[in-house]
Design a protein around this ligand. Sequence first.
Ligand SMILES: [Zn+2]
Length: 341
Amino acid sequence: MNDPAARIPLTGGRIELHTHLEGSITPARLIALGDRHGRPDLPAACLDPSGQAFPFDGFHGFLELYKRVTSVMRTPRDFHELALDLAAQLHADDVFYAEVSVSYGVLLKRGLDPGPVQAALSEAADEALETHGVTMRWLPDAVRQFGLDAAWRAWECAERAGRAQGVVGFGLGGDEVTGPAATFAPLFGAVRAAGLGVSIHAGEVTAMGEAARDSIRQAVDDCGAVRLGHGLAAAGDPSLLSELAARGVFVELCPRSNVATGALPTLASHPLRAFLDAGVPCCLNTDDRTLFGLDLRGEYAAARAVLNLSPAEESRMRQAAVAAAFDAVPRAGGGGSAGPG
Ligand SMILES: [Zn+2]
């Protein structure tokens, strides 16, 4: 990471730092897993009548959908298949390096052992590189509202898997109101001591007002986050933006996800320009690809069309994303057949 310029891809290809494995399940895979685990009724409850999309209403509706679809993700084989499906999506989307979040917090809550799951993901990553030229790295995360003890159990599993199984960082997601980041400060001290990256979802719910900005400060000051998921709330506070820029805290923006969940009313209201103008390093991401029906190509196209993202800014984003990655980013297509699409 000392010389990001040396690793900047020469041609084409995108990098994604914020995408959730569970949010990339395809309708076909949901149907297959529903059949495998004796829940053929599940797809009907989650898919639209065409069987192609996941409709939901607002943030609460999204959480319900998320709970349902993850209920049929049970065995290491299931996760292996999900990872290969995501690799195919990344390849089709011209993404050659992705850091993929996996909710160990949810796995443990459901009584599943993240150990064999991570082994299956690691194997799938090897296949993805071989087949698609896509490098996948893993960001296990804990869930705020499940509490500190549960988060420690998730982290212990992540630490055991380590970089040998492609785990490059550890994250925190969930309800910012009931699970303030400062509670998890000792845990993230351990993550940093183990040499892994810290990326925390914070400042996603702007309706929290000043509490959302405080949530960002806790993530950065108390937990040592060098990357923030969303970080939207910072946009309303020029001094916080300057501080993030000065400290080089990277923000993983997911504009169309914010519209999908209702965090923002329209794409035009996304504060991308505030981050760019303040010099905060950032890039665009899908967050939950299939659940929201998003791809990264479309994310950048929409930002160009609606938020006036310039080619030079897009290029700076790519450079910043390479520097912010928790592992060395190979040159585009270096591992296989990926390239400009
Ligand atoms: Zn996310």
